[in-house]
Every structure is written in structure tokens, then in C-alpha cells.
Design a protein around this ligand. Sequence first.
Ligand code: ADP
Ligand code: MG
Length: 237
Amino acid sequence: MNDLIILKNLRKVYKMGDEKIIALDDVSLSIKKEEFICLLGTSGSGKSTLLNMMAGLEKPTKGEITIGKYKIHKMNERDITKFRQKYVGFVFQSYNLIPTLSALENVSLGLTFQGVPKSEREKLAEKILVDVGLEKRLHHKPSEMSGGQQQRVSIARAFVGKPDIVFADEPTGNLDTKTTLEIMDLITGMAYDLKQTLIIVTHDVEISDYAHRVVSLRDGHIEKIIENENIIKGAAN
Ligand code: ADP
Ligand code: MG
């Protein structure tokens, strides 16, 4: 299958006063459509920087990011935002839900930018919230739900628009082991059903069992890439 995401010689340098922090150093990687990639590495290895760059949330200091026909590194903020709204879903470690909105409102909000009419948005949001097992929590606010439930809402929000690519940054970082497995099954199962490309950042080796390829980062560069021949969990095969 064709490469969907192509990263060439990516470099990211943060300047902190006189200090230069090289967060990414000469990272090249190609990711195929429908592939499930895990970015693995210890804290500070550059995982989030790399993910944020692929999602167009941060600009590289040097290098190229191509997603489909889009040259992300050359696009302006406005076009990147539009690109993200159309093609990308995001799941964060800290859920990033809007505290004053209900589960249903949080999920349907994501469809506003896609021009879906309100009644249709609510129907789609309700359906996917049922799919993620939250049929009894539609009108609960984030503070009225457990961490696992909040992450289910954020997964519903990421997937409701059926984006081509889903990025997840430590999606199970705040969850216990049992909930982690449930959430991983949910994310990989949905991505598989919708034929999406999935890129998950984690420092948890267990989670890498789900991936087609595990890309290990160390001090801002790719240390090794391991192909998973025997995916034992999830639907990613
Ligand atoms: P990870 O997600 O693997 O924990 P990050 O990508 O967040 O790592 O960070 C990689 C390196 O870049 C770290 O040394 C971090 O301190 C530094 N870094 C990340 N974001 C910034 C920033 N906005 N300003 C300065 N340094 C940063
Ligand atoms: Mg990080």
C-alpha cells in the first residue's frame, strides 16, 4: 500500500534563552495508509514533538512533512487548521474535554467545523457515544465521569468525523491497567473498522504490542524500528 505520511530529515530545535534543545534530530519515516504505528520512548525522547509536527501543531526547524498531497511544512496556519479539521482526530493523555459541556456536546462540537447540521451532529455524537459504551453518560459533564469514561468521550470526539488519521499522545497515561487495555482495544478496533491510520505515542511497552510497527525514539532520533509479526491483541492485523 502507498505511503500516506512521509517525514524527511525532520529537525526541531527549541531555544530557551541561550540554550538550544534539540528535540528532534534528522528523523525520517514513512507511514502507510491504515498502518498502526507506535512511537515508543522515555520521557523527553521527542515523541510528542514528533506527533505534534505530523499533526501540524508545531513547525519543524528543518525538514519535510508530507501527508497525502499536502506539504504540511509549507502550509500556513489557516490551511493547516482546515487540514486538521478535515483529516485528523486527536486523543490526549489529559482528555482535553471542555468542562462546561456534556459528553454529547463535547463530541458533537467536533463536527461543527465540518459543516454538519446540528440535529445530524447530535445524532452522530449519540451513536458513537453508544458505541464507546457511554449510552448512560450522554448528559454528564467531564467532572461527573471517571478518567476512563472521559477518555471514551475524547475517543468518540476524535473518531466521530471519521478522520483519515488519528493521533494519540499517551492516551492511557492516566489510566489503570484494566482500563488501559479496554481503551486500547477501543481505539485500535475503531481505527481498524474505519480503515484509519493510527499513530500512538507511549512509553508503555505493553501498548506497543498492538502496533504494526514500533518506532523507538531516543534523544530526538529514531533508535530502531521493529515490525510486529504477531499482533496478539486488538484488531490491528
Ligand atoms: P516526550 O514526549 O518524548 O516526553 P517531548 O517531545 O515533549 O518528549 O520533548 C522532547 C525534548 O524537547 C525535551 O527535552 C523537552 O524538554 C523539549 N521540549 C519540548 N517542548 C518544548 C518547548 N515548547 N520548549 C522548549 N523545550 C521543549
Ligand atoms: Mg510527551
